[in-house]
Design a protein around this ligand. Structure first.
Ligand code: TRP
Ligand code: SF4
Length: 406
């Protein structure tokens, strides 16, 4: 068993071309994470099917469009592992195994379950697959032994479910007679100095809930060269419980800025028809900005405005320099500038920014084979991690023991 301390995994359903709300809410963070963590980013096509099983024909094109967006945003296949969920057969196996130990009531009480059923009442979501949506997501996270999972706040209950499933799974399949003694014996194998450090860190974590101690203790264990996989599982497990740790508990990383406004001031979303695409048609962009509503109290050019009540200003905050932002802020409040000028400045800046994105997308659009290669390389890398995890899981459950394998 190889344990990682800084692996980040996240997925996106293949909804097709992304909009700038996705970029500012999610993608920008991914680009940042890939420099600091070992990252796995995947297209959650099975998750797409849980709701859109009637429109399965769109999945391939949507996957392609979305991955082109990721790459144009700066996700780098040299730094992050990029792949498609359904290309990894182990995901189905883990989902199945987790389904054996997950009470139905845990899934029924996940808030998104009823909410989405009501909201998307045209889709008929009274299916087995839809109920299992968060469990499949748990499998995505656990299969790669992920430590961190960047998500929006609506997805946090799913992370919590994954953590509960981990605890249940470990206590079921990591249980062993004489665990405490075995764990202490394993700790002694690290040598006197590391033994007492480990024990101190453990006490610190257990008595004071000090997370840093937990992380240091985990790091200490991961550095040991002479421990067996089972001993490592014992030492990780002993830090917080009384069973071996087969699967590790992930933590959610909440993304800020996940509520980027649309061109009408509501949250940007395809269903509100208020989006600007991440790779927007450069000719259409100024028109979309022109039609944006402004501060409702500023009816005439001579009225004083309040940029804080205007979605155009929210856009300036991410697309314009601080000088331009002050120009808008002062000019709007004193009625020295009109909304037309204000919007013109904005669309100029946005068009400039978009040119770069179109440039980056161009080679992938010209040669789709590039995307294929990136995804197949990513699949290979993700799969090797997945196979490693599944080997441990199968053996801890007692499936396919050596006696029966060919
Ligand atoms: N459910 C996530 C969403 O809708 C997508 C997703 C699927 C995901 N599997 C995941 C996100 C695993 C993080 C980790 O946004
Ligand atoms: Fe909005 Fe700009 Fe008009 Fe002020 S000047 S109301 S910020 S569009």
């Amino acid at each position: 068993m190889r344990v990682h301390l800084n692996r980040v995994t996240s997925g996106m359903r293949p909804t097709g071309r992304l909009h700038i709300g996705h970029y500012h809410g999610v993608l920008k963070n991914w680009v940042d994470f890939q420099r600091r963590y070992e990252c796995l980013f995947f297209v959650a096509d099975y998750h797409g099917l849980t709701t859109h099983y009637r429109n399965a024909g769109d999945i391939e094109q949507n996957t392609y469009d979305m991955v082109v967006d990721w790459l144009s945003a700066g996700i780098d296949p040299q730094q992050a592992v990029i792949f498609v969920q359904s290309h990894i057969p182990e995901i189905s196996e883990l989902h199945l195994l987790l389904s054996m130990v997950t009470p139905i009531s845990w899934l029924e009480r996940v808030p998104t379950y009823r909410e989405q059923q009501e909201k998307l009442s045209n889709l008929d979501l009274s299916t087995y697959g839809f109920l299992g949506y968060p469990l499949l997501m748990a499998a995505d996270i656990l299969l790669y032994r992920s430590n961190y999972v960047p998500v929006g706040d609506d997805q946090l209950p799913h992370i919590e479910l994954a953590r509960e499933v981990v605890r249940r799974f470990n206590s079921l399949y990591g249980f062993e007679q004489g665990f405490m003694e075995n764990a202490c014996e394993a700790a002694r194998k690290m040598g006197k100095k590391s033994f007492s450090l480990y024990m101190n860190l453990r006490t610190n974590y257990q008595e004071k809930g000090d997370k840093e101690s937990l992380e240091s203790a985990r790091a200490l264990v991961s550095e040991q060269q002479n421990l067996t996989a089972s001993d490592c599982e014992r030492l990780y497990g002993y830090l917080g419980g009384c069973s071996r740790e087969i699967l590790c508990e992930p933590e959610g990383l909440l993304s800020e800025n996940s509520c980027f406004p649309g061109t009408d001031g509501q949250k940007m979303s395809k269903s509100y028809k208020n989006t600007i695409y991440f790779r927007e048609d450069l000719a259409a962009l100024p028109d979309k900005i022109k039609k944006m509503p402004t501060d409702p109290n500023r009816v005439r050019r001579s009225d004083f405005g309040n940029p804080d009540l205007c979605p155009v200003f929210q856009f300036h905050k991410v697309y314009s320099t601080s000088e331009v932002q002050s120009w808008v802020n002062d000019g709007c409040r004193s009625a020295n500038i009109g909304c037309v000028d204000c919007k013109k400045a904005l669309s100029g800046n946005m068009v400039e920014g978009q040119k770069l994105i179109h440039e980056r997308a161009e080679p992938f659009l010209r040669n789709p084979e590039l995307i294929r290669n990136i995804l197949s390389d990513g699949c290979e890398r993700a799969r090797s991690i997945a196979q490693d995890t599944m080997r441990d899981i199968r053996s801890s459950i007692g499936l396919s023991t050596k006696t029966f394998l060919p």
